[in-house]
Design a protein around this ligand. Structure first.
Ligand code: SF4
Length: 493
């Protein structure tokens, strides 16, 4: 049996210029079946003609795996159609297929999907592959959705999709090291201008933010890999060409002491020449200056900070009411250690008016955040937030291709969908100005990348400024243009 695992080719264009990271989950899945069959991973999100690429290689595979978040799901279906046409079976996994498995099973999409591996995939996928090799039915494989082919057994309903009970999580000792040798595409992954790979150190989160899907995938559990395994994995990533490591843990700062120990282990292992980036909660980072100093010493130079909002009402709505609001302290600790700070700031909450949205902009400016991302609340399927917003009649759009955190799919009690989108676009447009040029840390840490971006964007910005000055175009014109192209963070007004 030959298996091909495909990453999603759909990316957020604005982020892709800063970082393009290979898919760790697929390399981990590959590691759990590589003793049973031939398995390849194709990280196709950097390819211009990904459909042609898939068409070209798919013929020799028996089973094609696809992963998708909500905004990537439609393209995954298009690739599944290519795979089915070539005679392969398809297996879907990831957030959207997991959370929407029942709806997918009852829809026409199910014709393109033979199996859905729900939740944590490694053990379920391995059992599926083993059962296929043994010619056995997938009945009884926990966490799997599949087509019941036997008309008799399914009560006369032909080919319906059945959903086996969920699978309990693995203990971390059962999770194998990722198989990076399974990758077919090894070039084109970077953070700024340094080759990058992913290394996970923990899985899951015990918090209950209403907008987040992590709990729906993993429950409120936090599992830690051993520090020895993490160090071995970093070495493996380096041996495969990485000079930079992205740690994609759901909430690495849930255990600040452990993160500090991990940083010490990186130092002791002589791995501080690598550049580390991660995502973390503001409260976790603010909880210990000693931790952040150690992160700096270990080689961390970029942290995406989940600030979300400083507005108490909005923190309550987002389910962050009990979390401390330590954005200021966290950003200071990170900047003191020369660490680039990106922040996620969420607007478009039910009571937000224009002033509330701009609050996030002012906060980012005051803290001199290097890359603030002004997100818009997104009512992802099955989340508590979606139910609440639906009840309030505020969800305006269920086209999941726009569920990427940057598009408005709701209105507030005071603002229409278009106004939420327009104000957020203005915030992104105005942030990257001369003030930002002066204080951002990126230009010091990655001067070559920064100069290249400036050269690339300068003519674009100059033309927009001129068009505005001459009255040839308006800010709304630029907004609509960016909305159509999907590049919502690059405006200039
Ligand atoms: S802290 Fe982060 S990972 Fe945990 S539930 Fe909230 S948003 Fe999700």
């Amino acid at each position: 049996m030959k298996i091909l695992l495909l990453s999603s080719p759909i990316v957020q264009l604005d982020f892709d210029r800063i970082a393009r990271v290979p898919n760790l989950g697929l390399a981990s899945l590959a590691a759990h079946v590589d003793d049973l069959c031939t398995v390849h991973v194709a990280d196709i999100h950097g390819l211009k003609n990904h459909r042609e690429y898939v068409s070209r290689i798919v013929n020799s595979y028996d089973l094609v795996g696809l992963t998708a978040m909500s905004f990537q799901y439609n393209e995954a279906l298009a690739l599944a159609a290519i795979a089915k046409q070539a005679g392969a079976e398809t297996v879907f996994g990831g957030y959207h297929p997991t959370l929407a498995a029942e709806e997918i099973g009852n829809s026409l999409d199910a014709a393109l999907i033979d199996y859905i591996v729900r939740g944590e995939g490694e053990a379920t996928f391995r059992e599926l592959v083993a059962s296929k090799l043994a010619g056995k039915s997938p009945q009884g494989i926990l966490g799997l959705s599949y087509h019941e082919k036997d008309a008799e057994a399914s009560g006369g309903e032909r080919n319906r999709m059945v959903h086996n009970p969920p699978r309990p999580l693995l203990s971390v000792e059962e999770i194998r090291m990722p198989n990076r040798d399974a990758r077919l595409i090894t070039k084109g992954f970077y953070s700024f201008d340094v080759p990058i790979d992913c290394v996970e150190t923990s899985r899951g989160c015990t918090q209950g933010c209403k907008f987040c899907s992590i709990n729906l995938m993993y429950g409120r559990r936090f599992r830690r890999f051993s520090i020895e395994r993490v160090i071995e994995d970093i070495r493996d990533a380096e041996a495969h060409g990485a000079g930079s490591i992205f740690v994609p843990d759901d909430n690495i700062t849930l255990d600040p002491k452990r993160l500090e120990r991990l940083c010490q282990a990186i130092i002791d292992a002589g791995l501080t020449h690598m550049r580390y980036k991660t995502q973390a909660s503001a409260s976790g980072i603010a909880s210990s200056k000693q931790l952040v100093d150690k992160m700096g010493e270990a080689g961390f130079d970029g942290v995406f900070l989940g600030v979300e909002s400083i507005n108490k009402r909005n923190l309550e709505f987002l389910g962050k009411g009990k979390m401390s609001n330590d954005a200021e302290k966290a950003v200071k600790y990170l900047h003191d250690n020369n660490i680039i700070v990106s922040t996620g700031l969420i607007g478009g909450n039910p009571d937000d008016d224009e002033e509330d949205l701009w609050e996030n902009f002012k906060l980012a400016r005051r803290l001199k955040v290097d890359f603030p991302i002004f997100y818009i609340s997104t009512p992802y399927p099955k989340t508590e937030m979606r139910s609440e917003l639906e009840e309030m009649g505020l969800v305006t759009n269920s086209d999941f291709t726009r569920y990427d955190g940057l598009h408005a799919n709701l209105k507030t009690k005071h603002l229409s969908e278009e106004e939420v989108q327009f104000i957020t676009w203005q915030m992104n447009a105005r942030y990257y100005d001369l003030q930002w040029l002066r204080y951002n840390k990126v230009k010091k840490l990655y001067p070559k990348w920064f100069a290249g971006e400036m050269r690339r964007l300068a003519p674009f910005y100059a033309k927009r400024k001129l068009d505005l000055a001459l009255g040839r175009r308006t800010a709304r014109d630029f907004f609509r243009e960016d909305l159509a192209s999907g590049e919502l963070c690059k405006g200039v007004i």
